[in-house]
Design a protein around this ligand. Sequence first.
Ligand code: SAM
Length: 235
Amino acid sequence: MASMDRSPSPEFSPLAMGEDLTPLPEYKAATTTVVDFDGLLAEPLKLHEDLKTGCGGQLWPAGMVLAKQMLRYHREKLVKARILELGAGGGLVGLAVASGCKIEAPMYITDQLEMEELMQHNIALNGLQGRVKGIILNWGEPLPEEVVSFQPDTILAADCVYFEPAFPLLLQTLGDLLTLCPSATIYFCFKKRRRADMHFLAKAKKTFKVVELQDDERPVFSREQLYLYTFEAKP
Ligand SMILES: C[S@@+](CC[C@H](N)C(=O)[O-])C[C@H]1O[C@@H](n2cnc3c(N)ncnc32)[C@H](O)[C@@H]1O
């Protein structure tokens, strides 16, 4: 069971659902899923899913959309990028990028302590130990020293908008990352489940330059209320 820490994140438990919580996906037994993102990965990714330490333990819909966007449209640009993923869960998006793009620098996938074991497990499951580091990064807290020296210029965040008390923490971390590297681009995908999710977007628009991303699959995923943007520092 997830321990209490300074950064609020809902546990995966039907009992934990209150009015602050978006209903989470139905409980699924631990399993290993193989995913090739509609053929975008020559060698499919293996992802162990296990909800015992938190909701990040399974694949979420915005993660699928963001991974496909990155593989379909940004492979070239990612080769030289310094990439960091926030709220990576089991590592769906980051591991897809590390596996499908010839990234030159090792990238970081990050989450709370509860997800560390699953991140490390999935990195090893795909033989990506040399190219991906899984570390703890709690939103709203000072950026880890390792991240400060890495100076990420490409941030990935999928399905991180689902728990209202964490919105200011996430906005703080996104802002800190753009202050650290003002030329960075944040690739951000979320699913609208409640009205409050659009308040997050309204706040993001006040703080960052927000641009909706083109994607051939947009007509399909927008029907599912999935939104895909880049956030950059305002000039
Ligand atoms: C819905 S999951 C998405 C996982 C993955 N990105 C995907 O798309 O499949 C959200 C993730 O955000 C992480 N998270 C929630 N609150 C956080 C916080 N305060 N600091 C860091 N990570 C947090 C959770 O642990 C979880 O792994």
